[in-house]
Design a protein around this ligand. Structure first.
Ligand SMILES: Cc1ncc(COP(=O)(O)O)c(C=O)c1O
Length: 485
């Protein structure tokens, strides 16, 4: 902790504060030059400055009460109308701007839980594909809705043939992703919706990633399965503007097929001494700046601008997908439609997490996957400039690991190998929880989650070695069984 700046006894000059702030960013991932493959959707300085100006103009405005700042309600109405148009909604489609994908997902679960209460459901359940974003599991915990997992088929899509047997009278919703975060595959929404409709169960499509790129890929002529409001059983869709819509952080949308469903998202408390209170979403204060920047991004790009971005993104995606598939020892996971790409190893000599370490050492910042083990790339138009150097480094990284398999037993490869294969999932959860909590000590802990050292007072010495041996045993047993758990 920097005690000098925690809360200075005396205020400081604007320039002084801004200079120190700029310094804070020095150690951050280099997203401007395409070295980061998640978290940030960046175009260029000019676009950042444009968003900044739009944000600033409304940075104090509060969308808590839609009747106070009419400007914000107008921005929200425009945004929802634009999103509904993209998703082929009818005039009945309605919705709300939220602070991000997670808020949109949480709200859908709350809405469907409350809708089902009307028909007397007291122990709500929802069916999620294994690849559903973690936000849905968070919603399960927050709102007490039990998860029934839908396994994946050979293409890593939700296995629709298994859906019917997971539905029962307590099912409040079914989820499909367009696309799913881990492997970038679009679930068979058509087939899922047919079953959901037949049983009268709502179907939500998580298009947090896809909402602002799949429509433009389709406009550019890419053939995609249907996943939006054209599919009769789809009752709601989440679509993030702060991802492929290139807005500032803090902007997503949740839309519903009609107001009868959306009503269950709303909160009203009529007896509060502070006044009668009504709120459409999770947050109280809603940031006007984020709405203004989202609206500005949509107005600036328009359909043709987003089509150009989608074309550039898909060019990078196609080249990376082909390039990865051509590297001896690697395979693309599933059948991604873009813009997300996941790949793993098919060579026992090539540990994919060790490849990840080698990529990190070459200045890339790649995400790790588990079940199956893999590396991940969230591709944007900004990555077009780095396709060749990325593939060159990936080839080198694979060769380095093949030449030195011991790399799999060191660095974060060892940690990832351990945590992804350890059969004692409760132990992994506890380790991560302890470590994560330490980062939130007063004063802030400097903890590298990738390294996962035993927590103080937690696993040490023998117990740690025992866990590692257990993980090795488990991996060997799995290999002997041909990869099955
Ligand atoms: C499919 C999907 N849904 C939901 C989310 C959550 O979005 P956010 O990080 O904006 O809360 C993500 C984030 O990557 C996602 O990929």
């Amino acid at each position: 902790m920097n005690t000098k700046t925690a809360l200075p006894a005396h205020g400081r000059k604007h320039e002084d504060v801004l200079a120190e702030l700029a310094g804070y960013a020095e150690g951050d991932p280099d997203y401007r030059h395409g070295r980061l493959w998640s978290l940030v959707y960046y175009l260029d300085e000019q676009h950042e400055a444009f968003l900044g100006r739009a944000y600033q103009a409304f940075s104090s405005a509060n969308g808590l009460n839609p009747t106070a700042f009419k400007s914000l309600k107008r921005l929200e109405t425009d945004i929802i109308a634009g999103v509904s148009d993209l998703l082929h909604g009818t005039p009945e489609v309605c919705g709300v701007v939220t602070s991000g994908g997670t808020e949109s997902c949480l709200l859908a679960v709350k809405t469907y839980r409350d809708l089902a209460r009307r028909r007397g459901v007291k122990r709500p359940e929802m069916v999620l594909p294994t690849t559903a974003h973690v936000a849905w599991f968070k919603a399960s915990e927050y709102f007490g809705v039990k998860v029934r997992l839908l396994p994946l088929d050979g293409d890593l899509r939700a296995d629709v043939s298994q859906l019917r047997r997971r539905l029962n009278r307590n099912t409040v919703m079914v989820l499909g992703s367009a696309p799913g975060y881990p492997h970038g595959t679009i679930d068979a929404i058509d087939a899922m919706a047919e079953i959901a409709l037949e049983r009268g169960i709502p179907l939500h499509v998580d298009a947090c990633v896809g909402g602002f790129i799949l429509p433009f890929m389709a406009m550019n002529g890419r053939s995609l399965p249907r996943w939006d409001y054209r599919v009769p059983g789809v009752t709601s869709i989440s679509a993030d503007i702060h991802k492929y819509g290139f807005a500032s952080k803090g902007a997503s949308t949740i839309t519903y097929r009609n107001l009868d469903i959306l009503k269950h998202q709303m909160f009203v408390h009529q007896d509060w001494p502070g006044g009668v209170f009504a709120s459409p979403a999770l947050l109280g204060t809603r940031p006007g700046g984020a709405y203004a920047a989202a609206w500005a991004a949509m107005q600036h790009f328009g359909k043709d601008g987003y089509c150009v971005l989608a074309r550039r993104t898909l060019e990078a995606f196609d080249r990376l997908r082909e390039g990865v598939a051509a590297i001896d020892g690697l395979r693309v996971l599933g059948d991604p439609s873009g813009p997300l790409l996941a790949y793993g190893s098919i060579d026992p000599q090539v540990n994919i997490y060790a490849v990840g370490d080698q990529m990190d050492a070459r200045g890339w910042n790649v995400n790790r996957l588990q079940n199956p083990d893999g590396l991940h790339a969230m591709i944007t138009a900004n990555h077009l400039q780095v396709v060749e150097p990325y593939l060159r480094d990936l080839r080198d990284a694979v060769q380095a690991v093949r030449a030195n398999p011991a790399l799999a037993r060191s660095g974060s490869a060892a940690t990832y190998g351990l945590i992804s294969h350890l059969p004692l999932r409760g132990m992994v959860r506890k380790q991560v929880l302890d470590l994560f909590a330490q980062m939130y000590r007063a004063g802030g802990g400097d903890v590298d989650l990738h390294q996962m050292p035993p927590p103080p007072g937690g696993l040490r010495g023998q117990a740690q070695r025992w866990l590692e041996r257990a993980a090795q045993w488990y991996v060997q047993r799995r290999q002997a069984r041909g990869g099955r758990r």
